[in-house]
Design a protein around this ligand. Structure first.
Ligand SMILES: [Zn+2]
Length: 460
């Protein structure tokens, strides 16, 4: 019996090496890797010679369709962007109170999960969810178990200047309960009081031009909140995942508390590995993100801390807004968020491999294997036989200038506009289904499925 697909002769990348191999895929799984003549007959053969063959990217930090009135992203559009960018699994957020707009304030975590799962039925790629805790009451802790049973094994909170934010006392108690379940806790770390005080001062001073925006959320405010979080994580014994680390000062705090690497992990995002705050000179309010873009030294610091392992994942924090919401005179009237799903792999490939000589195994560890392992998805982020056939064929030699004109996301403009990259995604397979062929979407929405995640083991 022939297998479904054999991808022949590519430079196959694992977490440790690169070698010329062929890959056999059948019934949604990788069934063999080896020399081409050792593999079974196939219904379809894809010639990947000269190309990189790697696991699909696992992006553990994306926001899709959160508040319909000002967010433009839908599962169909954003997951199409993901597929074209070689992202085969992402982790979105579901909300206590049903959705981010808090449409049913009493609704438990599991309702938010079901609500987002139904939106995800149109997804082109696989997806999972983090559950956001927002109701500062003890009943919240009784809701964790149903979420975990549904395959949502990580919980995020925001600090209190956000509309959905909670205080440190609640965060501390939540960490204890999340630790009891051996699940993962994440927190948006920017000290809310400091950021608010500076923002109020900038309003009085009329510093509404976006070039001033990064001063309103300084690196030390991120480091302060990161220290609160990692101290509470160490004391409560919770597995803690630091999201969107943007600067040297915050990474240094995480590093300092990460003595054995077993309970504190952290990510940076693609935009922090390429841009400094001067991006606002070029694009005004559009690169408005929180934490903000920092300095050129901070960009280099992200690589230093990725080298050390302090940061082990590169995500996108993909968020979409209607254009008119970003087109304000003063930055404080515009929402935060930028997209990345379609361009994250080619951009990180450019800055890490092409510009800084990092290896392909480094790219696969930080974008595929580490996020899958950190969040309890052993079927993802690897090309091991027996795992899901989430595979990307990447052409490292094709030069492209990124342009909003060829993006799939509903984002009005990409933060990566006019960035020239050497390397582009040719083919994307999700559980053996070819979703992208020769850079074009070829599947139907709904090819993706919800991924039930396990409690991750961080001791390995
Ligand atoms: Zn985010």
């Amino acid at each position: 019996m022939p297998v479904d697909t054999v991808i022949t002769g590519g430079r196959v990348v694992t977490t440790t090496d690169v070698s010329i191999q062929s890959i056999a895929i059948d019934d949604g799984e990788i069934v063999a890797i080896g020399a081409e003549d050792s593999l079974p007959e196939a219904n379809e053969r894809i010639n990947a010679s000269g190309k990189i063959v790697m696991p699909g990217v696992v992006d553990p930090h994306v926001h899709i369709d959160e508040v319909p009135e000002n967010r433009a992203g839908t599962y169909e559009a954003e997951s199409a962007a993901a597929a074209l960018g070689g992202v085969t699994t992402f982790i979105d957020f579901s909300f206590q109170g049903k959705d981010r707009a808090n449409s049913e304030p009493g609704a438990p975590l599991i309702e938010g999960i079901r609500h987002k799962q139904s939106k995800g039925e149109d997804s082109y790629v696989d997806f999972s969810l983090h559950s956001v805790l927002r109701r500062e009451d003890r009943e919240t802790f009784d809701e964790l178990e149903a979420a975990i049973d549904a395959g949502v094994t990580s919980f995020k909170m925001f600090r209190s200047t956000y509309d959905i934010g909670v205080g440190n006392g609640f965060i501390h108690e939540a960490f204890r309960h999340i630790a009891d379940h051996d699940a993962v806790a994440a927190l948006h770390t920017e000290d809310p009081a400091v950021c608010k005080a500076i923002t109020d001062r900038m309003k009085r001073e009329g510093k509404g031009n976006a070039v001033h925006y990064p001063d309103s959320r300084p690196d030390y405010a991120e480091a302060m909140a990161a220290e609160d979080a990692v101290r509470m994580a160490i004391e409560t014994g919770v597995k803690y995942y630091g999201v969107h680390t943007s600067c040297q000062k915050a990474a240094a705090v995480i590093d300092q508390f990460q003595d054995d690497g077993s309970s504190i992990r952290a990510e940076t995002c693609t935009h922090y590995t390429i841009f400094d705050r001067s991006r606002h000179d070029e694009l005004g309010n559009f690169p408005l993100i929180a934490p903000p873009l920092r300095t050129a030294d901070d960009v280099e610091a992200m690589f230093n801390y990725l080298d050390r392992g302090t940061l082990s994942v590169v995500s996108t924090d993909h968020s979409v807004y209607y254009k008119e919401f970003k087109k304000t005179d003063d930055w404080w009237d515009a929402p935060f968020g930028a997209t990345g799903l379609q361009f994250s792999l080619p951009v990180f490939h450019e800055v890490a491999i092409n510009r800084r000589d990092y290896s392909y195994p480094f790219l696969v560890r930080t974008m595929c294997t580490n996020p899958a392992q950190t969040f309890g998805m052993p079927q993802k982020g690897t090309l091991e036989p027996g795992t899901d056939a989430d595979v990307v064929v990447f052409d490292p030699d094709q030069t492209k200038t990124i342009s909003s004109a060829n993006k799939k996301s509903n984002d009005p403009v990409t933060i990566y506009e006019d960035v020239e990259v050497n390397g582009t995604v040719m083919h994307t397979f999700v559980r053996g289904n070819q979703v992208v062929a020769d850079g074009e979407l070829v599947a139907n929405p709904g090819t993706g499925e919800f991924v039930k995640r396990e409690i991750p083991d961080w001791s390995i």
